[in-house]
Design a protein around this ligand. Sequence first.
Ligand code: UDP
Length: 572
Amino acid sequence: RQAAFRTDLSVLLDQVGAGKESLSFMKRRIRRLTQQWATAANRLDAKLEQRWRDQKKILVHVGFLTEESGDVFSPKVLKGGPLGEMVQWADILTALHVLGHNLKISMSVKELQGFLGVPPGRGSCPLTGPLPFDLIYTDYHGLQQMKQHMGLSLKKHKCHIRVIDTFGTEPAYNHEEYATLHGYRTNWGYWNLNARQYMTMFPHTPDNSFMGFVSEELNETEKRSIQQNKVNNMAVVYGKEASMWKQGKEGFLQILHRYMEVHGTVYYETQRPPEVPAFVKNHGLLPQHELQQLLRKAKLFIGFGFPYEGPAPLEAIANGCIFLQPKFHPPHSSLNHEFFRGKPTSREVFSQHPYAEQYIGRPHVMTVDYNNSLEFDSAIREIMRMEVEPYLPYEYTCEGMLERVHAYIQHQDFCAPEPPFISANLSRQGSAGGSRMMGPLFVPQPNSTALSWASNVTAPTAWPPLSSLRLLVSQEGQSCVESCQSAGFICEPAHFRFINNKEALHGLEVQCEVVDSEINHILPAFSVVRRECGLQREPLLFSCAGRSPKYRRLCPCRDFRHGQVALCRDCL
Ligand code: UDP
């Protein structure tokens, strides 16, 4: 069946259910954004020009909100607890509904069992028939619950699963045996999924798919009125829980207070939280729409280093604030920071909100060293002099999210049998010889004369399409994430299978004395010193994130759309 866009959200609102603060929060959000979603649906509908879209049967099982997982979030919704997850689930549900799919929502193990058609009780009777869904969106908690209650059949059906995973899971942590043998085992990873089945909140490692969420978009009239009503010396502090204000914040708060009126939205019960200095005007935790109003007046939204990578800075920037945040030196990661410890990623975080820093940047985002009071002081003064317009990256608009989720649903297929590695038949002339020891090596593209791709490369179903592939060689110690990025591309894990072959190595005129095929998440790669080249034997371990000081990696990069990094030019 063909999916038709929906602009009426009332059926969805009924489906979400009631009786918990988390659900009320999500419903308020869905209601508030109804008009934005409708406009976006109409725009995307026009853009896709009647293209056929399959209507999919989709189950959304929100594991972390089930009683069975302890549901620690719901009671904290009104108390300053994390709301980012709730924001994202509300938006995922809305996007799937608006795109016109056949949606079932489960928030308990009982509902899950009902929808899957497994008899209640623990794992004794696994699902025997076909899976009644094309796609299942869940989280790590939900995955665990499915394992318990679907038994062995989970393995058979897991290609249909998508895991909403805020911070992401790198391939080395996802491969059970490899993770166990090489010290990448955590509480979360080891599900042996295709890493693109994990969907993140921000575009972290492209090994995972970027799901995201939305932020409110302003029309021109609203933008103008915001700019006229900005209060130049008004700052709002990012951090709704008192603990985020603890320790070492007095110094720069004092400096900030020298120039600006400082506002907070810190949750409190009866008394002012002692962590919040007296000069701060604390509004208490605000409903989302009231926070937006506050941000519309404020000039500055300032982060204290925690929480990491939440939605609020995007909302602030969309409302015309400048986001000021601390640089982390050394970077925070699962090796040195409690928050990231045990998370299935080695990613290093160089500031509180890396997306804001890398994808938005000045003038909307300023990232400075808070330990340097001179630098901090001059940043504040500069911000007061600056004029910025409200800005929201396309990928965080309703239309952008619909476009991306549409593309994933229509094109990502992890159930098709993995084709054998395809040799892209890279020609030998395509070398950049001497530059091998410097910078990333750029290999000319298929249609250029230097590199002729054989016409017998049959990958008609490849998505992203093969036309987006750009082969690069990283420097030693550099990951493909960095290597592609530094050349203005993005690493595309789906393309690894086209470059994991001897022809690719030959094409680069790499002097291989040996070419081995091994199980190692750094491969394909080569060692210049030892003249050793290695190809990947385990497709689950193709990894953009991997790096090793001794190896230069072969990197499958691709182009991307401005403001929609998840999609290549020909990806729609
Ligand atoms: N938020 C809110 N009221 C407040 C402060 C924040 O409703 O007083 C909302 C905000 O609009 C954002 C969400 O909380 O959409 C999550 O914000 P944050 O960036 O703090 O991320 P978290 O750590 O909660 O995941």
